[in-house]
Design a protein around this ligand. Structure first.
Ligand code: AMP
Length: 376
């Protein structure tokens, strides 16, 4: 892997309007993935990027897309994201950076009003940011002509496949023109993602930013050995001792609900976010957490990647995740680009295997926190 020598957005061949937009967005210099992905993407090349959330990957594909799409007309780009929350985040980045060049993105996600999306599509937005199922719904109804797509992006490819979207992605790929630019971003590159890359990309430029695990390096991590019943007591204690907004992860939706109720009964401002909640409830929870109305957000992994809240002080793994990559994603919520945060993980004897996998991925042991073995 070569080290990028580009240190400034001025070296990337961006338009004056885009340079102003990135400055206005507060981006002082390109992140590693931006420095390496923007030049080939602007040249229309296919790109495969192995990078996690928190590395600036969204702007790494939105910036070149905006530059390439400026001045044209009609929907010419499609971005697929695994969750509505992530799609919303991508659309916000277009709002932030695309306005200056007159490039607009519309959200086409499930759970939202169909008629409203049809109206938005009639405005001929330049970019569709979508979840896979809803794109197909619109395609079958004749609201979208995918043959016009010149740029196709798959964001968080691993998560798209984990969530079972392979059939929908294949149908979408069938409807896209052969001649197009395709970019695929994924935090990890398991064999199914590699196969998807092979099927959808043409001589891609490969960019790997850092091996999985490094995003977590900025967070101050601690381990708390406890029992199954000790977890809640430990959580209460940490919430009392450590101020600031706190994101708590549980293994299941029902555990998230139960914990949310318990903390609420303690008088804490808490919201719950998981896949069974309605879109309205999810939005309310995220917005409330973002604005500080809720100090604590209890969430499951599926939702983790859509959470882009700056200033999360503390991530607590009430339950360890089943996949070590999810640990990195969870921790990535706190140690965003420049911020540093705390990450505490509760481990019961039953979770030793998961801990071992995480430490192997990180290549290091997670240090112990100050409270151990709190009894239930
Ligand atoms: P992402 O990895 O796309 O989820 O981006 C993570 C965060 O980094 C977002 O909140 C962006 O606003 C921010 N960001 C993206 N690019 C830059 C940059 N060049 N400098 C500073 N912050 C950035």
């Amino acid at each position: 892997m070569t080290t990028p020598t580009i240190q400034s957005f001025h070296d990337l061949g961006l338009s004056a309007a885009m340079l102003q937009a990135v400055t206005k967005a507060g981006y002082a210099e390109p992140t590693a993935i931006q420095a390496r992905a923007i030049p080939p993407a602007m040249a229309g090349k296919d790109v495969i990027g192995c990078a996690q959330t928190g590395t600036g990957k969204t702007a790494a594909f939105t910036i070149p897309m905006i530059e390439r799409l400026a001045g044209g007309e009609g929907p010419r780009a499609l971005i697929l994201a695994p969750t509505r929350e992530l799609a919303m985040q991508i659309q916000k980045t277009f709002e932030l950076l695309g306005k200056a060049r007159g490039v607009y993105a519309t959200l086409i996600v499930g759970g939202a009003d169909m008629a409203q999306q049809e109206r938005a599509l009639r405005q001929r937005p330049d970019v569709l940011v979508a979840t896979p199922g809803r794109v197909l719904d619109h395609m079958w109804r004749g609201n979208i002509n995918l043959l016009a797509v010149q740029i196709f992006v798959l964001d968080e490819g691993d998560r798209l496949l984990d969530m079972g979207f392979a059939p929908q992605i294949n149908q979408i790929l069938d409807a896209l023109p052969e001649e197009r630019q395709t970019m695929l971003f994924s935090a990890t590159m398991p064999s199914d993602v590699a196969a998807l890359a092979k099927a959808s990309l043409n001589h891609p430029v490969r960019i790997e930013i850092a091996p999985s695990g490094t995003v977590a390096a900025k967070a101050e991590q601690h381990l708390f050995h406890t029992s199954r019943d000790g977890k809640t007591l430990l959580l209460r204690r940490l919430l009392k001792e450590e101020p600031g907004s706190t994101l708590v992860f549980t293994r299941t939706k029902s555990r998230a609900d139960r914990l949310g109720k318990l903390l609420q009964a303690d008088g804490l401002p808490v919201a719950v976010l998981h896949g069974d909640r309605t879109m309205g409830q999810r939005r309310e929870a995220l917005e409330g957490f973002k604005r500080g109305r809720y100090r604590v957000l209890v969430a499951t992994d599926i939702m983790a990647r859509g959470i882009h809240v700056t200033g999360i002080a503390h991530v607590i793994n009430y339950d360890l995740p089943n996949s070590p990559e999810d640990y990195v994603h969870r921790i990535g919520r706190t140690a965003r680009i420049e911020a540093t945060g705390r990450a505490s993980s509760f481990v019961t004897p039953e979770e030793k295997g998961q801990l071992h996998a995480i430490e192997q991925l990180l290549g290091t042991r997670v240090p112990l926190g100050k409270h151990q073995l709190v009894a239930g």
